[in-house]
Write a protein that binds this ligand. Structure first.
Ligand code: SF4
Length: 216
């Protein structure tokens, strides 16, 4: 199972200032730069994927590497594949622990945004590597659509069993560290991203425009 070597694993001050849209408050800038220096010193973002085989497809579920994914929606999206690429990525447990020291609401928000940028670094490295296998792969994720709800995280991480990525799925299907991502890359005749079926307005992570349709 490939563990991604994340070569670009530091965040530049300009990246966090752009994300926060802060440019002219010297106090905030000094605090953010101090926090960023700490974060850059300890961050170890992670990303993993594996090649998985589709075993069986039914109208209400799909079996991947022996794990039944109870989603007719996921089954309809993946039914023409023989191989898919489940993945997970994270800002890393090191940053999660670091951020717990920041309990002031503003500092905690800054820490959260820094962790998110490290997750982006992990995802960028993962997408770069996966694009070497096949460019323009589609992506399906549990959690944001009714058709494959957040409970699908348990199934997905059962497929990813053995990944030493430090991600835990809680009883309420939350991923820890919170700045983690998961899903399945797959080949498809027409490119697909969950965002096409998600009406959420002003989502900073939108990867495709809303099509006007909802998942079933
Ligand atoms: S628009 Fe945002 S919340 Fe909706 S699927 Fe895309 S990333 Fe997730």
């Amino acid at each position: 199972m490939p563990y991604i070597d994340i070569k670009e694993n530091t965040v530049a001050p300009g990246e966090i200032l752009r994300k926060l849209r802060l440019e002219d408050d010297p106090d905030d800038m000094e605090l953010i730069e101090d926090m960023l220096n700490e974060a850059n010193g300890i961050a170890s973002p992670k990303a993993y994927y594996k090649e998985s085989r589709i075993d069986d497809v039914y109208f209400d579920r799909i079996v991947i590497d022996g794990v039944a994914v109870m989603s007719g929606f996921a089954a309809s999206k993946l039914k023409d594949c023989t191989i898919v690429y489940p993945y997970c990525s994270s800002c890393g447990t090191e940053l999660e622990e670091w951020s717990k020291a920041y309990t002031d609401p503003v500092e905690s928000y800054f820490a959260d945004q820094i962790k998110e940028l490290f997750l982006y670094k992990a995802m960028a490295a993962l997408k770069k590597e996966i694009s070497l296998i096949s460019p323009g792969l589609s992506s399906l994720n549990p959690g944001s659509l009714k058709g494959w709800p957040v409970s699908g995280q348990k199934e997905l991480f059962a497929i990813l069993k053995g990944c030493d990525c430090g991600i835990t799925v809680t009883d309420s299907f939350l991923l820890l560290p919170v700045k983690s991502a998961s899903g399945i890359f797959f080949k498809s005749a027409e490119h697909f991203e969950n965002c096409e079926l998600c009406p959420m307005k002003n989502c900073p992570n939108r990867r495709a425009p809303f099509s006007g349709r909802l998942s079933v």
